[in-house]
Design a protein around this ligand. Structure first.
Ligand code: HEC
Ligand code: HEC
Length: 276
C-alpha cells in the first residue's frame, strides 16, 4: 500500500494554478439573476410593461422597434451586450437609455435570451406526460405528425422539435395561421379518371406528374393523364386554434411535452423504426 502524504508545495501549486486560470479567462459578465422560470416570468412582465410601445407585445416587433426574437440574426447576443443596449441605449438610433434598476434589466435580459433559445434548453412549465396524452389524444396531432417513429405523415416529423424551434415559435405554430402553407405541405385533393378521390399534401409537382402523401399516409405518384381533377386548398392543414381548442392547462402541458422533444433523448434501439 502506498500512501500519499500531505504536500504543501503541491497544494500551493494547485491553488496558484486555479488563480491563474481564473484570471487568464476573463469571463464575460454573466447574468447575476440567473434564468429560473420565475426570473424569466418577471422579465417578461417587465418587458411588456416598459418596452412594448416600440418593440410590440412580447417583443414581436412594433412600429418603432425591431423584434426581440424573430428568426433573424441578432446583432447583440450576449447577456452583457443586451444589458448595455437596454441600460445605455443604442447611439444614433431610437433605442433610448432605459437606466432601469440593474436587477430589472438583468431579468429582461434573461427573458430575451430564453425567448431566443431553442425550447429544449429552457425550463418550460407544465406536465409533459399529460402533454403527451393530449398529443396522441384530444389534440389529434399524431394523426398528422410522427414522433419517434409513430404517427401520421401529412405534417413534418416532430421528433427533434424542441431542439429546432424556440418556445415562442412552437407556440405560434399552434396558434397563428400562416398566410401560405410552406413548400411540401400544400393541401391537395385529386380525382382520378378511374373514380378515386384522394386528399393530402403535395410533395412535388411537374407539368406531367404529381407526387403526394395522402391522408392514408401513403405516397402516391400520378401522371397527369391519370387525373381528372386537381383541387388545391390555400389554407394549411395545420390547425391554428389550439389555444382555443384546449384549456390553458392542457395547452401548457402540451408545450411542456413538445419542448422536450429532442434527438438527444431519442434512443432508436428502444423505439419502433421510423417510417422513412
Ligand atoms: C422609443 C422606442 C424604444 C423603446 C421604449 C425601447 N426600445 Fe429597444 N430598440 C428600439 C430601436 C429603434 C432599436 C433598434 C436600434 C438599432 O438600430 O440597432 C432597439 C433595439 C433594442 C435592442 C437591440 C436588439 C438587437 O438584437 O440588437 C434591445 C436588446 C432592446 N432594444 C431592448 C429594449 C428593452 C428591453 C426595452 C424596454 C426596457 C426597450 N428596448 C425599449 C426602440 C426602443
Ligand atoms: C390535419 C393535420 C394536422 C394536425 C391535426 C396537426 N398538424 Fe401540425 N402541421 C401539419 C402540417 C401539414 C404542417 C406543415 C405545414 C404548416 O406548417 O402549416 C404542420 C406543422 C406543424 C408545426 C411546425 C410549425 C412551423 O412553424 O414550422 C408544428 C410545431 C406542429 N405542426 C405541431 C402540431 C401539434 C402539436 C399538433 C396537435 C396539437 C398538430 N400539429 C396537429 C398538419 C397537422
Amino acid at each position: 500500500m502506498t500512501s500519499i502524504s500531505w504536500n504543501p508545495t503541491i497544494a500551493i501549486c494547485l491553488l496558484m494554478g486555479l488563480i491563474v486560470s481564473r484570471a487568464g479567462s476573463p469571463l464575460a459578465a454573466e447574468n447575476p439573476v440567473g434564468s429560473s422560470s420565475e426570473v424569466i416570468t418577471e422579465g417578461h412582465q417587465l418587458f411588456n410593461k416598459l418596452c412594448t410601445s416600440c418593440h410590440g407585445i412580447d417583443g414581436a416587433a412594433g412600429d418603432r422597434g425591431p423584434a426581440m426574437a424573430a428568426s433573424r440574426r441578432y446583432l447583440r447576443q450576449s447577456d452583457e451586450e443586451l444589458f448595455d443596449a437596454i441600460q445605455k441605449g443604442i447611439p444614433g438610433s431610437q433605442m433610448p437609455p432605459m437606466g432601469l434598476p440593474e436587477n430589472d434589466a438583468w431579468k429582461i435580459v434573461a427573458w430575451i435570451r430564453s425567448s431566443r433559445a431553442r425550447a429544449y434548453s429552457v425550463p418550460v412549465e407544465g406536465d409533459k406526460d399529460k402533454g403527451a396524452e393530449i398529443f396522441w389524444g384530444k389534440g389529434d396531432c399524431g394523426r398528422c405528425h410522427v414522433v419517434r417513429g409513430r404517427g401520421g405523415l401529412l405534417g413534418p416529423d416532430l421528433t427533434n422539435l424542441g431542439a429546432e424551434m424556440s418556445l415562442r415559435q412552437i407556440r405560434e405554430g399552434l396558434t397563428v395561421e400562416k398566410p401560405h402553407p410552406p413548400f411540401g405541405y400544400r393541401p391537395v385533393t385529386v380525382k382520378t379518371k378511374d373514380g378515386r378521390t384522394i386528399s393530402g399534401v403535395s410533395k412535388n409537382e411537374h407539368n406531367f406528374s404529381l407526387q403526394m402523401i395522402g391522408d392514408d399516409n401513403r405516397l402516391h405518384l400520378f401522371s397527369s393523364d391519370e387525373l381528372e381533377k386537381i383541387t388545391y386548398r390555400e389554407k394549411s392543414l395545420m390547425p391554428s386554434d389550439y389555444d382555443k381548442r384546449l384549456s390553458e392547462t392542457e395547452f401548457q402541458d402540451l408545450l411542456a411535452f413538445l419542448s422536450r422533444l429532442s434527438l438527444r433523448e431519442y434512443d432508436p434501439n428502444q423505439q419502433p423504426r421510423r417510417n422513412r
